[in-house]
Design a protein around this ligand. Structure first.
Ligand SMILES: CC(C)(COP(=O)(O)OP(=O)(O)OC[C@H]1O[C@@H](n2cnc3c(N)ncnc32)[C@H](O)[C@@H]1OP(=O)(O)O)[C@@H](O)C(=O)NCCC(=O)NCCS
Length: 347
């Protein structure tokens, strides 16, 4: 168990490998049924993308993907993510059951499988996530919340997904925001780059990256800082290139010290040309109060739009309590589309 195949009374759980096209296709079918039911606005995975992800794993992570079959038919998936260099007590997972096969005990069987992987790897903190309904947003299927509560998880850290429709961006609003941000950002200059980080900025990036977990709101989630240094940043860049991911970054450098004080990133994937993600924005605590978060986001968006005219929407997730980042996103025109709830259980 813990890796290969688990056969229950009726369920077979098969771990995906890059050369097993049939299992990848079955995993895709189950995942696609759930996506259409839960988050139809999300960009779909494709079998080709799954193969790429399996072939090029991130360093410091053991990511195990499985499809659940009943009588040869894909009915769900269970994916497990094990950090291997930090967060060594943690296991995060995704369990999804095709809506046509719910309330038949499949979810519980998949959770039993997760528990067996946790035991095999000595993990005692389990984390997952599910849809959440929020006032003013379309109602979501809250089966995940009921399942989490029924299986001993506590809810932590709600997050909201926001989307910017690029055709409806208000240029005058962005120009005003930019002017008022610059008014407070004297003594900083901007740097912009695409994909690999220039040599003189990579240590600053690693430093800011390692701060993310300690600085961003995490609710009660037990998350430790991840390993981040020059070598690791370079390894990650290589994986992203291999996976077909492209990144646009803008940073703010403090002129007096030459220190990288803030950065942000927008990413796209070559197989989903209409879609982009606004990723993290980090401002060093020593440099807050200068509108650097707003500045780098706006300038990054400007560069991105000029270079990626085919992209129609940019999505982002924020912890519901991250009022500073949400205020910036709201001003830029990002609008809430759905919400998610994080879950945690200590064994
Ligand atoms: C959550 C999910 C995996 C449950 O799958 P499932 O096969 O229906 O789960 P089970 O049949 O094993 O249900 C186990 C228990 O969870 C609770 N539960 C599950 N769905 C529920 C619902 N819609 N309403 C109320 N309780 C529910 C019940 O207590 C259920 O036991 P019972 O049927 O004996 O009353 C499935 O709904 C799903 O894929 N949702 C989307 C993804 C997601 O949110 N994953 C959860 C991550 S924590």
């Amino acid at each position: 168990m813990g890796g290969g195949t688990l056969s229950g009374m009726t369920l077979t759980i098969t771990r995906l490998t890059a050369d097993d096209a049939a299992s990848i296709e079955q995993w895709f079918q189950a995942t696609e049924e759930v996506r259409r039911h839960e988050v139809p606005h999300f960009p779909p995975m494709t079998p080709a993308l799954v193969r790429q992800f399996l072939t090029h794993p991130y360093p410091g992570r053991l990511h195990l993907w499985h499809v659940a079959l009943r009588d040869g038919m894909p009915v769900g998936r269970v994916d497990v993510n094990l950090p291997t260099e930090d967060n060594l007590k943690t296991l995060s997972f995704t369990i999804e059951v095709d809506p046509r096969f719910r309330r038949q005990g499949i979810g519980r069987q998949l959770l039993d499988f997760v528990l067996s992987v946790a035991a095999d790897h000595g993990r005692t903190v389990l984390m997952s996530h599910s849809a959440l309904s929020l006032p003013g947003l379309p109602a979501r299927d809250e089966a995940g919340a009921a399942f989490g509560a029924a299986t001993g998880f506590s809810s932590t850290l709600p997050e909201v997904q926001r989307r910017l429709e690029l055709a409806s961006v208000d240029e005058a609003v962005l120009a005003d925001l930019l002017a008022s941000a610059w008014a407070k950002a004297e003594g900083y200059r901007l740097v912009r780059w695409h994909d690999d980080t220039p040599d003189d900025l990579v240590d600053g990036m690693a430093y800011l990256d390692s701060r993310l977990v300690t600085d961003a709101p995490m609710g009660d989630l037990q998350v430790e800082a991840e390993l981040a240094d020059r070598a690791r940043m370079r390894e990650i860049e290589q994986v992203e290139r291999d996976r077909g991911r492209m990144t646009w970054r803008t940073g703010a450098v403090h002129e007096q010290t030459g220190q990288l004080a803030a950065f942000t990133a927008i990413t796209t994937h070559d197989s989903i040309p209409w879609h982009a993600w606004q990723q993290i924005t980090i401002v060093d605590p020593d440099h807050r109060g200068h509108r650097l978060g707003t500045l780098v986001k706006l300038e990054n968006l400007r560069m991105f739009r000029a270079e990626s005219p085919g992209v129609e929407v940019i999505d982002t997730f924020n912890a519901a309590e991250n009022s500073y980042m949400i205020a910036i996103n709201d001003q830029m025109g990002f609008r809430p589309v759905c919400a998610a709830q994080n879950w945690q259980r200590e064994l």
